[in-house]
Design a protein around this ligand. Structure first.
Ligand SMILES: Cc1cc2nc3c(=O)[nH]c(=O)nc-3n(C[C@H](O)[C@H](O)[C@H](O)COP(=O)(O)O)c2cc1C
Length: 393
């Protein structure tokens, strides 16, 4: 979010204190945040808090500095606006076009993407008036970041808790991204597979799925309709991405045939086990003190199966190599009918479970782009830039 200009509206609900934490996170990620508070919001949190966090003035009144017409200037300078929390009152005013304070007047004058994060008592949220106003806003292109179910400040449980900070930031990141993949269907496989040989034991590998999860998040931010086919991992898939959980290579194959065939872009970053134990015991195998050996049989080749059915899908594979990278990867590219292959050097375990990775993208007969060494988010963005370039070419 480096240098992104964000307008944050804060209205008068209990969750206003969470807007302060969100502001801090956005500033730490490099955003320049202008805050407008309603009069009611000032009763919950002091403007001083936001001014300190943003190192910028906080705007509270329509009538301050009129020579600079703040309600117009603020929305012209921002790339996206977000109301966190949005009270039932602000939601109603926005739907009806009532402009009686700085926040509602500025948003009425806005031509930028606007997200609204309602937070209120569940009865207020479910009230037909609130629901009708939210439907109106949605129809007009506002993004409504639905509240979550859980503990509400009045001690009740219900739907009305402000969306998690992660979801708020995800929506904002999406609004700030150019929608270069809008209307495109993208399928991504990620993570390891687990091949069991008794009810509690399995053979697997060191993949965490971080690369595929980063790719899914970035594709979603660019407006794609994303399906993530995810092997067993403790990492949490990004909100807003359709995630299909699988365990074994056979399940991964089923999911891929169902969700990736016919996609505009399919990226296979999963580390699918090449072999699975040939025997499976229904009972937990007992320790006997003797040596034990397992024999293996080949798993289905998920990527090759996708390659055979690829049609118009732009298909990108991954190759984790420990030597002779380019030659091995190019051979895989041809054999599995891929359009491109991202190669990473996994000597010494690099790339698996670490925050950083280094990738080289090979395509066609001799196309080669070094995507460099970077954190997985940055590499995901570079990889998608390269893929989008291929899609246009
Ligand atoms: C203690 C307290 C907590 C409130 N919490 C909320 C809330 O979470 N959501 C909401 O929509 N309204 C809440 N209200 C009501 C709003 O503050 C009230 O509707 C106010 O007019 C909102 O003004 P604004 O939308 O201009 O900020 C609360 C009121 C009080 C006194």
């Amino acid at each position: 979010m480096n240098g992104a200009r964000v307008l944050l509206g804060v209205s008068g609900g209990i969750a206003a204190y969470k807007a302060a934490a969100l502001t801090s996170t956005l500033v730490q990620r490099g955003a320049i945040v202008d805050v407008i508070m309603t009069a009611a919001a000032e009763r919950f949190v002091a403007p001083l808090t936001f001014a300190s966090l943003t190192a910028r003035p906080v705007y509270t009144a329509l009538w301050d500095a009129p020579e600079r017409i703040p309600h117009i200037r603020l929305v012209r300078e921002a790339q996206a606006a977000m109301v966190v929390p949005a009270t039932a009152h602000v939601v109603a005013k926005l739907a009806l076009g009532i402009a009686d304070d700085l926040l509602t007047t500025a948003l009425l004058a806005a031509r930028i993407p606007i997200a609204i994060a309602p937070a209120m008592n569940d009865a207020m949220f479910e009230h037909p008036a609130t629901q009708a106003h939210l439907a109106t806003l949605r129809e007009r292109g506002y993004e409504i970041i639905e509240p979550e179910e859980g503990y509400l400040a009045e001690g009740e449980r219900g739907v009305g808790r402000l969306a998690s900070e992660e979801r708020l930031i995800e929506s904002l990141a999406r609004m700030l991204s150019p929608q270069t993949l809008a209307g495109r269907r993208v399928a991504i496989t990620a993570g390891p597979t687990r091949e069991a040989f008794d009810p509690v034991r399995f053979v697997s590998n060191a993949s965490t799925g971080a690369t595929g999860i980063a790719l899914a998040r970035e594709a979603m931010r660019r407006g794609a309709d994303v399906t993530l086919i995810l092997g067993p991992t403790l990492l949490v898939p990004p909100p807003g991405v359709r995630t299909v959980r699988v365990n074994t290579a056979a399940e991964m194959l089923d999911a891929v045939l169902k969700h990736a065939v016919g996609a505009d872009i399919a990226i296979a970053s999963a580390a699918v086990a090449d072999w699975r134990p040939a025997q499976h015991s229904e009972e937990k195998m007992k320790k006997s003190g003797d040596a034990m050996s397992l024999s293996f049989e080949p798993n289905p080749d998920v990527l090759a199966a996708l390659g055979e059915r690829k049609g118009k899908t732009l298909l990108v594979g991954f190759a984790a190599e420990t030597g002779d990278h380019d030659r091995n990867a190019r051979e895989k590219l041809r054999r599995k009918h891929l359009d491109a292959i991202a190669v990473n050097d996994v000597r010494g375990g690099a790339g698996f479970g670490t925050g950083e990775n280094a990738l080289v993208l090979l395509w066609g007969e001799d196309g080669r782009t070094d995507l460099g060494r970077a954190d997985k988010e940055t590499l995901a963005a570079r990889l998608l830039d390269a893929i989008e370039g291929m899609k246009r070419a």
